[in-house]
Ligand binder design. Structure first.
Ligand SMILES: *Cc1c(COP(=O)(O)O)cnc(C)c1O
Length: 277
């Protein structure tokens, strides 16, 4: 597909003293410019709300989503929120978009939809979009879309069970104190001589390892320092999948305080090993 990419609002690159909100607002100018230039040919903007997960856990302020929603309305472009990773409580709200008080035109869901127990994904859309396809058979506007296992009953039941757990066990509220514990157990990493940033959005906490803390010069990717942390952690029974030189905690919501302490300790030791020589 022919796509236009726009430089992101990743707050890792903000100026010293600049807030996430100010930086995200400043970076939105590039999105606005692109939309203005291409609004006649662009049908939708796809974004991962609040955290670009596989893209090294880059984080930004909800204000960016607010600005994007109004620009998409202004230029009559659909907004697609990919909440496959950030949805279902991961960022502190059930959906990340809620923190900007916006609704996308399409929302992609998977992963947490079933708590990860069975494979199920869904694309939600607005009544307006639904109505555009809903017509008499003879109009031939039906949206032809299906897969052999679409709406698999067992997977859907796992999805319902997950929603029940969210409702009955106050998961979103409990996650707030878990997120605070994550902040606390990771506090010591700020002072680590090879950590440039510790950033967090809800129950995602990322630690950016660098060669030089002051210039933020990264380790060459070929050295695979993150892999060393992963290998050390695995030998201690902890799965810390690295994204390049970024180590992150994205624990299941059943994690305990003791487990968080252990994860942080193992990550610390792993980083100590990885930054040697
Ligand atoms: C995992 C992931 C996907 C892929 O989802 P599938 O259901 O495996 O196609 C897409 N986007 C994001 C943000 C993801 O984290």
């Amino acid at each position: 597909m022919d796509v236009i990419t726009v430089p992101g609002p990743d707050c890792y690159h903000r100026d010293p003293g600049e807030s996430w909100a100010d930086y995200s607002t400043r970076r939105f100018a590039l999105m606005e410019q692109t939309l203005q230039q291409h609004s006649n040919t662009v049908c939708a903007v796809i974004i991962e709300p609040l955290v670009q997960c596989a893209g090294n856990m880059r984080m930004y302020d909800p204000v960016y989503l607010k600005l994007l929603r109004s620009a998409c309305d202004k230029y009559k472009v659909h907004l697609i929120a990919d909440e496959i990773a950030v949805g279902f409580g991961r960022t502190g709200t059930l959906f990340a978009c809620e923190q900007a008080a916006i609704s996308p035109d399409f929302m992609c869901l998977s992963k947490g939809l079933t708590g990860g127990y069975l494979p199920l994904s869904a694309v939600l859309t607005t009544d307006q979009v639904y109505q555009a396809f809903y017509a008499d058979y003879q109009n031939m506007t039906a949206f032809l879309h299906s897969h052999s296992y679409t709406g698999n009953a067992l997977a859907c039941r796992a999805g319902l069970a997950t929603l029940e757990i969210f409702q009955q066990h106050n998961i979103i509220e409990k996650n707030q104190s878990l997120a605070e514990m994550m902040t606390q157990v990771a506090a010591r990493f700020h002072e680590h001589p090879h950590v440039a940033e510790v950033r967090q959005t809800g129950m995602i906490l990322a630690i950016e390892m660098v060669k030089n803390k002051h210039t933020r010069e990264p380790y060459p990717w070929q050295e695979r320092r993150g892999l060393k942390v992963y290998q050390y952690a695995l030998s201690k029974g902890i799965l810390l999948r690295p994204l390049g030189n970024v180590i992150y905690f994205m624990p299941p919501y059943i994690v305990t305080e003791d487990e968080l302490l252990l994860i942080a300790e193992v990550a610390w030791q792993g980083i100590q090993q990885a930054v040697k020589d």
